[in-house]
Design a protein around this ligand. Structure first.
Ligand code: CTP
Length: 394
C-alpha cells in the first residue's frame, strides 16, 4: 500500500505485545505510525517500546501538553489516514459503542475524521457475552470495521473465539481500510496458484504459477467489501486474512471445489494456472526405477473450470485470465470468445509468473484497456475497479 499515516490505539490486553510487531511491520513498509495507549495498556508493554519502534512520541494522556494547541485528541486524528485500536478490550468496545470520551483513545475515536477499525482481544466468554455482542453490532452499524477476532488458544488457557488477529493479518487488513467498497454485498469466488497432477504418491506435474496475482485479487476483492472464497492450488503464500480458504491439489479437485462453491457466489474469477492435462495412468504406489525402462505417462484432458462455470444456466459474472507467451492480444481475444467470459485479463506469461509486478490488458465488449506496469496489488485493485463497473446494478 502507498505510505500512510496510521494512528494505532493500544488498550489493556495481553495481546498488546503483538502490537509491537505490528508497528515494526508498518514502519518497515514505509508507513508513519502514531501510537496512543490507555493507562492499562502501559501495564502490559511500556510506551518506550512503541516509541523506539515507531520513532515517534507515544501518547497516553488526554491532557498531554506536547501538541502546540494542547489537543492531542484532535492533532493525532487530523494527520491520520486511518485509526486502528489493537488490541481492543471488551471495555473500550463498550465505551466506543456508547460514545464515551473519558480517555485519550475514546476521545480520539469520537473526534476522528478517518476510518476506524478495532481488533478485539478477549477471553471467549467475554467475547460471547451478550452486551459485548450488542456493542460489536452497534459499532458495525456505526461504520466501524471489526478485524477478527481469531479462533484458537487463549492466554487464559481456554480455546475459542476472541484472540486478536496476528500482526501480519492486521497488516494485511489495514491496507483495505481506506479502499472504496465497490464490491459491498457481492460474493466473489476465485481460483489461484498452480494445480498438481499426481504421477504417483510422491511425484507430479505442476507449473511455475506462484499464486501471487490470485491472492492479490482475493485481497483486493475483500478490501472492496466483497465476501471472498479463495480456492487455491499449492503455493508458498500466507493465506489472506478474512477470506474463506479452500485448498485444492489437482485440476479435478479444484473443479469439484469450484462447482460446489459457485452457486453461493455472484462473481467467479479464474486466476489459477490449471493443468490442461492430467496423468491417466497415475500409479497408486511409488514408481520404482527400472534401469533401461523409462515409464511412459499417458495424458488425458482436464475439465476447463472457467468454461464449465461460464456455461452454467445461472452463471456468475465470470472473469478469465490469459497468460500467453506470444501474440498476446490475438490469443487472449480468441480465449475470451471461446470461454464466453465478459472480462478477460491478458498478460505475457514470461513477465507475470512468479514476479511481483505485472503489465496487463483488460479485454471486454468495448475492446482493449491496457494498464500501466504496476505491482500485483495495484494491478488487482485496477481489475476490481473495472470489474465493479461492469457488474449489474442491484
Ligand atoms: N482455466 C480453467 N480450467 C482449465 C484451464 C484454464 O479454469 N482447465 C482458466 C484459467 O484459470 C484462466 C483461463 O482459463 O482464467 C485461461 O487459461 P489458459 O491456460 O491460458 O487457457 P487454455 O484454455 O488452457 O489455453 P492454452 O493453454 O491453449 O493457452
Amino acid at each position: 500500500m502507498t505510505a500512510q499515516h496510521i494512528l494505532l490505539g493500544i488498550t489493556g490486553g495481553v495481546a498488546a505485545y503483538k502490537s509491537a510487531e505490528l508497528v515494526r511491520l508498518l514502519v518497515k513498509a514505509g508507513h508513519t505510525v502514531d501510537v496512543a495507549m490507555s493507562e492499562s495498556a502501559t501495564r502490559f508493554v511500556t510506551p518506550v517500546t512503541f516509541q523506539a519502534l515507531s520513532g515517534r512520541p507515544v501518547y497516553v494522556d488526554l491532557w498531554d501538553a506536547r501538541p502546540d494547541n494542547n489537543m492531542a485528541h484532535i492533532e493525532l486524528t487530523r494527520r491520520a489516514d486511518c485509526f486502528l485500536i489493537a488490541p481492543a478490550t471488551a471495555d473500550v468496545l463498550a465505551r466506543l459503542a456508547h460514545g464515551h470520551c473519558d480517555d485519550l483513545i475514546t476521545t480520539l475515536a469520537a473526534a476522528r475524521t478517518c476510518p476506524l477499525a478495532v481488533a478485539p482481544a478477549m477471553n471467549k466468554q467475554m467475547w460471547d457475552n451478550p452486551p459485548n455482542q450488542r456493542n460489536i453490532a452497534q459499532l458495525r452499524a456505526d461504520g466501524v470495521t471489526v478485524f477478527g477476532p481469531g479462533h484458537g488458544e487463549q492466554a487464559c488457557g481456554e480455546v475459542g473465539d476472541g484472540r486478536m488477529l496476528e500482526p501480519e493479518q492486521l497488516f494485511d487488513l489495514l491496507a483495505g481500510l481506506t479502499q472504496a467498497k465497490t464490491l459491498a454485498g457481492r460474493r466473489v469466488l476465485l481460483t489461484a496458484g498452480p494445480t498438481f497432477e499426481p504421477i504417483d504418491p510422491v511425484r507430479g506435474i505442476t507449473n511455475l504459477s506462484s499464486g501471487k496475482m490470485g491472492y492479490a485479487l482475493a485481497r483486493a476483492c475483500r478490501d472492496a467489501g466483497a465476501e471472498v472464497t479463495l480456492i487455491s492450488g499449492p503455493t508458498a503464500l500466507p493465506r489472506p486474512a478474512e477470506v474463506r480458504f479452500i485448498a485444492a491439489g489437482s485440476a479435478l479437485s479444484m473443479h469439484a471445489a469450484v462447482m460446489e462453491a459457485v452457486p453461493h457466489h455472484d462473481v467467479f474469477i479464474a486466476v489459477a494456472a490449471v493443468a490442461d492435462y492430467r496423468v491417466a495412468n497415475a500409479s497408486a504406489e511409488k514408481l520404482k526405477k527400472t534401469p533401461g525402462q523409462a515409464p511412459t505417462l499417458t495424458l488425458t484432458e482436464n475439465p476447463d473450470i472457467l468454461a464449465s462455470v461460464a456455461a452454467l444456466p445461472s452463471a456468475p459474472f465470470c472473469v478469465g485470465f490469459a497468460a500467453e507467451s506470444h501474440n498476446l492480444l490475438a490469443h487472449a481475444q480468441a480465449k475470451r470468445e471461446r470461454k464466453r467470459v465478459p472480462l478477460l485479463v491478458a498478460n505475457l506469461a514470461q513477465h507475470a509468473m512468479g514476479a511481483d509486478d505485472n503489465e496487463i490488458v483488460l479485454l471486454d465488449d468495448h475492446g482493449q484497456h491496457p494498464l500501466p506496469r504496476m505491482d500485483k496489488t495495484g494491478a488487482a485493485r485496477a481489475i476490481v475497479a473495472h470489474l465493479a463497473g461492469m457488474l449489474p446494478i442491484r
